[in-house]
Design a protein around this ligand. Structure first.
Ligand code: FAD
Length: 333
């Protein structure tokens, strides 16, 4: 019986892997356990990336396809598309997972179009289910839809590979297992016939202050914070807890805080150990971004606020009183 392959694209910049790639390898292992006779394969494009290939194996890949060419050290969409389409045609994976990053979103669409297969973008959940028409095991891909008011589960019963992009921060990566062994397959893809369509000029790094996505503690503020000054207190609390601040879209739209701090469907998906929602009502579009948090604490003056439906600990009260009291207590410790 032919092995079923789950491909995961390992995205990297300056020899650093985007954490979503490790999260996807972790998830792919879980899916492989439900899909008979299957393996997880990483795809790494670039040169001098042997360390990344080895790490992919130690994090759960059975094999790594290493498309070795220094041109791939820099992402150029149609060059990546050519290489990846070649590799997919050669190995016929059953499933192909890509991080829903800026690059991944673009590339996945380009690859799916060339392969004439389906793509579910921006997934927040993946599972293996039985196709009720054929009984075969297929990938169920879940993502928010209708402006975040519904969660849709989508399958791709006919075309292969079944492709999904997945939001960073949703899945859990596996710890490195130094003893794990696997195989690295080096592939050479010819690009010389490819017309040069894009010329690379320079990289301008985006200045970002927020380390929100992977912070262990997030103190998040909504419309109830009342203005930009309110976020100063939230920052103080976040600092005391070794965390970061976040915000609802309403607070961002009001201009109280920059959009890099927005959590939710159109912001970042987070899964901290502790998420403290201050003056946030708990709209579904906010909840989809925080529901994987280990502990959710909600502070809201309205006892009927929907945020209390998902909170592990609820504090009914005025955040302008509760937060300074928490800060004072923490300072005494
Ligand atoms: P509100 O709903 O106005 O709630 C404010 C809360 O603060 C209330 O519950 C109130 O009781 C409480 N409060 C007021 N004063 C105090 C006080 N002194 N002490 C304690 N509590 C107080 N939203 C997101 O957050 N993230 C997204 O990514 C996102 N994406 C969206 C995408 C689409 C397509 C759409 C249509 C909407 C999206 N939204 C998103 C918006 C979302 O629907 C809500 O409008 C938004 O989350 C509300 O923000 P909020 O809870 O801060 O404000």
């Amino acid at each position: 019986m032919e092995k079923k392959i789950i491909f995961v694209l390992v995205e990297h910049h300056d020899k650093k892997v985007h954490p979503v790639s490790w999260e996807l390898i972790g998830k792919a292992r879980e899916l492989a356990a439900k899909l008979d006779n299957s393996e997880v394969w990483g795809i790494v494009l670039g040169d001098e990336l042997e360390n990344i290939c080895n790490e992919a194996i130690k994090r759960g890949a059975d094999k790594v396809i290493y498309v070795k060419n220094s041109r791939f050290n820099r992402y150029i969409n149609y060059e990546y598309q050519t290489a990846i389409v070649n590799v997919v045609k050669k190995y016929n994976p059953e499933i192909f997972l890509i991080g829903a990053t800026l690059e991944g979103r673009e590339l996945a669409g380009m690859v799916a179009t060339k392969l004439e297969t389906g793509l579910t973008a921006d997934c927040t959940g993946l599972d293996i289910v039985s196709d009720n028409r054929t009984g075969k095991k297929i990938l169920a891909m879940t993502r928010p839809t209708f402006g975040g008011n519904l969660m849709a589960t989508i399958t791709c019963p006919q075309h292969r590979p079944q492709m999904a992009t997945v939001r960073p921060g949703v899945m859990k990566s596996l710890p490195i297992d130094p003893k794990r062994k696997g195989e690295i397959i080096v592939e050479n893809i010819e690009l010389k016939d490819l017309k040069k369509l894009i010329e690379f000029l320079e990289t301008i790094p985006v200045k970002t202050e927020s380390n929100l996505q992977y912070a262990p503690v997030i103190v998040s503020g909504g419309k109830g914070v009342g203005g930009p000054d309110g976020f100063k207190k939230l920052k103080e609390l976040a600092n005391l807890l070794g965390g970061e601040i976040g915000a609802s879209r309403a607070a961002v739209k009001a201009g109280w805080i920059s959009d890099e701090y927005q959590v939710g469907q159109t912001g970042k998906t987070v899964r901290p150990i502790l998420y403290i929602a201050c003056g946030i009502s708990g709209a579904i579009q906010h909840i989809v971004g925080i529901k994987e948090s280990e502990i959710i604490v909600a502070i809201n003056k309205d006892e009927n606020a929907p945020i209390f439906d998902i909170a592990d600990i609820g504090i009914v009260g005025d955040l302008h009183k509760v937060i300074p009291a928490l800060i004072d207590k923490l300072k005494q410790l």
